[in-house]
Every structure is written in structure tokens, then in C-alpha cells.
Design a protein around this ligand. Sequence first.
Ligand code: ZN
Length: 204
Amino acid sequence: MGTVMKLKPLVVATTLTSFTLLGTSSFLYASDAHEHGIAELNVAFEAKQLEIMFLSPAANLVGFEHPPETEQQEKLIVDAVHALKQGYDIIRLPKEAVCLLKEADVEQSLLESHSSGHEEEHEHEKEHEHEEEHEHEKEHESGHSDFTVHYQFVCSKPEMLTGFTTGLFEQFPMIESIRYKMVSHEGQQGGELLPSKGDVHIKQ
Ligand SMILES: [Zn+2]
């Protein structure tokens, strides 16, 4: 019996690390806080991938947290969703990092009907149907409602990704402050973004 099993411990360790950074939904959905004027940005940066989760009370984005009662209110919601999907405006990355927006997924419960019938959205609805129903119940009970936006960028020169600024304060002036958390190979960092100080520095 001359066979020796090769365990490749380094490869295993790398794989586990990737899992920990990007696969931990508990990090990206870290908080249940709902405070008007305050929003949250949770960032995970791993290899070429930049994952960003933006959470905000609907009040910060549209000015109310109930299903639309007028056409004007409905338009405010549609406009907010549209603005949030413009990932390059919301998260302004250095050109040198050559980052491509792969996904900008906006979830909100004020408008139940989804206007666009993408296959992906249907899949998503099906997957989260149960979960979302519970969320809705919870939100309706409390009278509050949140927007959750997930952005995924892939950068071909991640070493040039030294930070980013956000267009959120310009787009949504009712946001007073954004608490951010970031996890990368450099560890965790966090802080507060303000309209006067809206840039996130990424340690590399
Ligand atoms: Zn609220």
C-alpha cells in the first residue's frame, strides 16, 4: 500500500474563505434596524467580486411606507426603483478598476405587481415566495416598509479598487446618514457616510 492521499489543505482553506465572505447572507442582511433618515450599506469584497447590499426604510426613498394611494405615489415608487437599478450612479467605482455591474436587484413591498416579466424575476419570486410573504406580514403589522437592493460588480482590475463614492445622498435627499460595513481580506471595517462625506475607502 504505497498510496498517499493528497489533502491539498491550501486549496480547501481558500475555498472556505470565499464562502465565508460572499456566502454569508447573515452578514449582508445583518440588521433589522429601521430608523427613518438612516440607511445601511453592507459591502463584501472578495477577489474580483464586489457585493453590496443597500437597505433603507421606504420613507427615505419615496416619503411614505404604505401601498400607493394615488398615481403620483405609484410613480414615486417606480422612479425610486428605476434610480436604484442604475448601479453605476449609485455606487461610483474608480474607472481604473474596470468593474462591470452584473446585478442590480431591487426588492420592495409597496408595489406588489412586477412590471417586467423577466424569467429571472419569476424564478426569484418562486424561490422567495414564502419568505417574502412572511416579510410582508411583518411589515404590514408594523406599518413600516423597507427597500433592499443587491448590487454585484465584477472588477477585472480589483487591485485598483481603492474605494467608491455613493450617489445615494444626491438621489435621495431624505437619507441623512448611511451606516456601512465592509468585509474583505483585510478584515472588517465600518463607519458612517454623510452627505458631506460619502466616500468609502477600501484598504488593500
Ligand atoms: Zn418606517
